[in-house]
Ligand binder design. Sequence first.
Ligand code: HEC
Length: 225
Amino acid sequence: MMKFKLKNLLLAGLAMTVMTGCHWDMWNQDRYEPLEKGDFFGEGETSSRMLVTGVVPYQDARLDTHYYQGRNADETFAAELPADIKLTKELLLRGQNQYDIFCTPCHGYQGLGDGMIVQRGFPAPPSYTDQRLLEMPIGYFFDVMTNGFGRMYSYKTRITVEDRWAIAAYTRALQLSQNATPDLLTQELVDIVSDPEKVDAFNTEALGGSEATHGDSGTTSKEGH
Ligand code: HEC
């Protein structure tokens, strides 16, 4: 059996340190970072290869700025829904459904900025009924959801384009609901709002009857706000 003396061990350790050190010249060679300014391919200003001039996306070109960005051709926010989105009761109900899921934790069921996590200490968003937001074009609300705003993060990856428009449309309904005058209602609606039982029945029907199977928990939880 071989015996290692301390001196031999130290020598072996030294040899290993020296040998691993041989790699430095390979590791420190010149190179570009991705997209770094440089001319690696001799065809432009960046180290990454650019698209050939004239390339057209095969799919998903998203050229419709109104639909995809909520903006007019001159970059101002669009004041109307895009042509592909029709203002129907279904759109508003879908908007309500998605708003209730994604936005109420902070903005509250009425859009007053008093959602549950705000009550627990999260910074409060402004109320949708602030004069400034009442005057904002609908495209602005689409943009806030798409790109985020200040402390609010973007919902681009979580809510589809179509649903973002549905929420924007429903936001308008919330704004109107807090500023509505009785003369905006038909006599039939005035009769309904003056009778709490009829309001419950109306809401149940508006939500497609889905509340019926769960009692009226959906409506009562909203009444708390
Ligand atoms: C996690 C909490 C949170 C959620 C969820 C949230 N927001 Fe916000 N939102 C905020 C906060 C906070 C602000 C204020 C941000 C600031 O001023 O820095 C804000 C601001 C806004 C504003 C006003 C921007 C302005 O000009 O002042 C709009 C509109 C808005 N949110 C829409 C939405 C919509 C629609 C949803 C759901 C898709 C949503 N938010 C979900 C927290 C949230």
